[in-house]
Design a protein around this ligand. Structure first.
Ligand code: CP
Ligand code: NVA
Length: 329
């Protein structure tokens, strides 16, 4: 059983194949119409944290593919009252074809996957947000920034071998970790700037550095945001206080005071650099209103790409796990 718990579950070729499925589904959706590749399939979506984009993109996505999504808030299912993960996983997976789970500790997802008889997708954990990165990569391709493989549907993608510099400014959180994984697997340059006490986890960086040795990826860490942004093609940030860290909001505002992506910060990047943010954004904190709403921002294109990314992930997982599918013309 192949699950999608982190980007590291896939090698470069597998990840690019998954991304190709997403690109093709987006093309079909826009130019031909949605096709019911997952007709009759059921996706259970377990949310132990809030969500707008992840919920709507998975639910719309499975519907557009001919299947049905079931939204399960932890408040409404027995999991939230203490039913063990291993029992919940065995029961739900015996009734559906695929499961997406958003949770806190990443180990909860790993345990769920261990007991699930169907593929499990990480819809965000404290440590990783891999499905967001598929949408972010699609957005980069559409903006002509990066295309490691030639995809005839997106000829505007960057030329093979032209690697971008991505600058991630802010908290060393689940988004930072997933950018680290993507840079390592696909082999591009990632500059991370965060206050020293909020740097990404050392074990995740160490693992990524090993993958970089093969892929040609480069990952640098600094506490100087301007230095990280210098020459970047893509500037990314995320909230300073993630879900579950609400009580640290004030101390974090102080620690991250020099890490706001504003117009002055963006001026260090390439002139045609784009700005990405997984959203929700906190204007005046990690990003200024002017940058978020400005000409370089691609955040709403990025958010919309969650739909196509999620569809690509589900169809790719169904295919590689040999879930019986109806043939579609
Ligand atoms: N970016 C993202 O995952 O948004 P939601 O929390 O709204 O799902
Ligand atoms: N780092 C944020 C991402 C939200 C999509 C969080 O975990 O809350």
């Amino acid at each position: 059983m192949k699950h999608f718990l982190t980007l590291n579950d896939f090698n470069r070729d597998e990840l690019l194949a998954m991304i190709d499925v997403a690109l093709e589904l987006k093309y079909e959706s826009l130019h031909i119409g949605n096709k019911p590749y997952l007709k009759g399939k059921v996706l259970a979506m377990i949310f132990e944290k809030s969500s707008t984009r992840t919920r709507v993109s998975f639910e719309s996505g499975i519907f557009q593919l001919g299947g049905q999504g079931i939204f399960l808030s932890h408040k409404d299912i027995q999991l939230g009252r203490g039913e063990p993960i291993k029992d919940t996983a065995r029961v739900i997976s015996s009734m559906v074809d695929m499961i997406m789970m958003r949770t806190g500790e990443h180990s909860r997802l790993e345990e769920f996957a261990e007991y699930s008889s169907v593929p499990v997708i990480n819809g965000l954990s404290d440590d990783f947000h891999p499905v967001q990165l598929i949408a972010d990569y699609l957005t980069m391709v559409e903006c002509g920034i990066y295309l490691q493989h030639s995809n005839p549907l997106y000829p505007q993608g960057g030329q093979e071998g032209r690697k971008p510099i991505v600058a991630y400014i802010g908290d060393g959180n689940n988004m930072a970790h997933s950018w680290i994984n993507l840079a390592a697997i696909l082999g591009f340059e990632l500059h991370i700037a965060s206050p020293a006490q909020y740097a990404p986890k050392a074990d995740i960086i160490t693992k990524a550095q090993h993958i970089c040795a093969q892929s040609g990826g480069v990952i640098t860490l600094t506490d100087n945001a301007q230095e990280a942004v210098s020459g970047a093609n893509v500037v990314v940030t995320d909230t300073w206080a993630s879900m579950g860290q609400e009580e640290q909001k004030e101390e974090r505002k102080y620690a991250f005071a020099h890490f706001c992506v504003d117009e002055s910060m963006m001026s260090y990047a390439q002139k045609d650099a784009i700005f990405l943010h997984c959203l929700p954004a906190y204007r005046g904190q990690e990003v200024s209103e002017a940058v978020l709403e400005g000409a370089q921002s691609r955040v709403f294109q990025e958010a919309q790409n969650r739909l196509h990314a999620q569809k690509g992930i589900m169809l790719y997982l169904a295919r590689i796990n040999q879930i019986p599918l109806m043939s579609v013309e």
